[in-house]
Design a protein around this ligand. Structure first.
Ligand code: KG4
Ligand code: ZN
Length: 355
């Protein structure tokens, strides 16, 4: 049963965890969100500096909490791609230095593989294959998982990711960054049926619409138009701006579109289990909608535990453990890269570092 120390620094959360046998012995996350909030989004230079400050403390904390010594570790892992290069480098260099210092194997991990593995920290999964809906700040994808490391992408967003749509709409509504939790809070008391918003279909060159792909940029524009209209009405002495209803209507259409297309894809592909992971999977309305539709369609479903939806290092540890058990390790020279398709994750374990 391998025990690993894992680090995650791909964006604006610094995180460390110790995992053993797909179980979290200790996990700590330091968010930088407040610092980025005043700029309305993540500032890469600030992110890197904060990772440098936070990571040593987080590592110390999880090592102490887990009661595991460096000698007892079987490997050390860090996110290697995709993400902000400067931010990724802090985790990678720290992980590789510790690995060299303590004579342990090092594993670079694909961030999205981490998100896929986050569901393993919850209730046991039925036998695969699964259709995974990955919804984060940078990605909205449906991936068929046939087994560990065996991925086929079946759909994606053609423009904004779902999380990005939440972040942009939050800004339009004056709710700040990060948008997801803020929109969710504002929507809680709203009427989700009040405003009808577009579901963003992707047309095909040969005619008709792509059955599964997403597009969220039109939705964002529709919300902008609606907000302008409602604010004008308010300024002319009409109803006060109905923030809760706008937020709830937006949240509902995102949940509907994600769940409708994913369940249709599962049905068409003969997949019996839907798995949902990523930061947006923390959304209550989306979780409830998925549960409701899967129950109605007699599909199995699993959602990553709330604590492991947004970025964390426990999921990176679980992904690394899976690769390590299969005999993989990375070159100690492995650096980082801002973009790497999930299907190319195996290059991280080539004897010659690809970057
Ligand atoms: O997976 P994640 O932590 O980072 C990436 O890998 O991108 O996802 C962050 C995204 C942000 O866009 C954030 O607004 C969104 O997840 N998010 C949510 C919620 N919590 C976080 N979106 C909707 N509802 C939430 N409760
Ligand atoms: Zn993420």
């Amino acid at each position: 049963m391998p025990t690993l120390l894992a680090l995650e620094t791909s964006c604006d959360e610094s995180a460390a965890a110790v995992v053993c046998n797909q179980t979290v012995l200790a996990s700590a996350v330091a968010t930088q969100m407040e610092e980025h909030a005043r700029w309305g989004g993540v500032v890469p230079e600030i992110a890197s500096r904060r990772h440098v400050e936070a990571l040593p403390h987080l590592i110390e904390q999880v090592m102490a909490q887990s009661g595991v010594s460096y000698q007892e570790l079987d490997a050390i892992a860090a996110t290697a791609a995709p993400g902000l290069v400067g931010a990724l480098l802090i985790g990678s260099v720290t992980g590789r230095s510790l690995a060299r210092l303590h004579g342990k194997p090092f594993l670079g991990v694909h961030h999205l593989e981490g998100h896929l593995c986050s569901v393993q920290l919850g209730d046991p999964l039925p036998p695969g294959p699964y259709l995974v809906l990955l919804v984060s700040g940078g990605h909205t994808e449906m991936i068929c998982v046939d087994g560990p490391g065996d991925y086929t992408r079946l759909a994606r967003s053609r423009d904004d990711a779902a999380g990005e749509a939440f972040d942009k709409v939050a800004r339009l509504l004056g709710l700040g960054y990060p948008g997801g939790p803020a929109v969710q809070a504002a929507a809680a008391s709203g009427d989700s049926k009040r405003f009808s918003l577009p579901k963003g279909r992707v047309s095909r060159p040969e005619g008709g619409f792509h059955p599964y792909d997403f597009s969220f940029s039109g939705l964002k524009t529709a919300v902008l138009r609606l907000v302008n209209q409602l604010r004008a009405e308010e300024a002319a002495g009409g109803e006060p701006f109905p923030l809760a209803d706008v937020a709830a209507s937006f949240e509902q259409v995102v949940a509907d579109v994600l769940v409708e297309r994913t369940t249709r894809c599962a049905r068409d592909q003969g997949l019996k289990t839907i798995v949902m992971v990523g930061g947006v999977a923390a959304n209550h309305r989306l979780r409830a909608r998925l549960e409701e539709r899967c129950q109605a369609l007699a599909l199995e479903w699993r959602v990553a535990p709330l604590a492991y939806c947004t970025d964390n290092a426990a999921m990176i540890g679980v992904a690394a453990e899976q690769r390590f058990r299969a005999g993989a390790q990375s070159s100690i020279e492995l650096a980082v890269t801002p973009r790497l398709p999930l299907e190319q994750a195996p290059v991280l374990y080539e004897p010659q570092a690809p970057f």
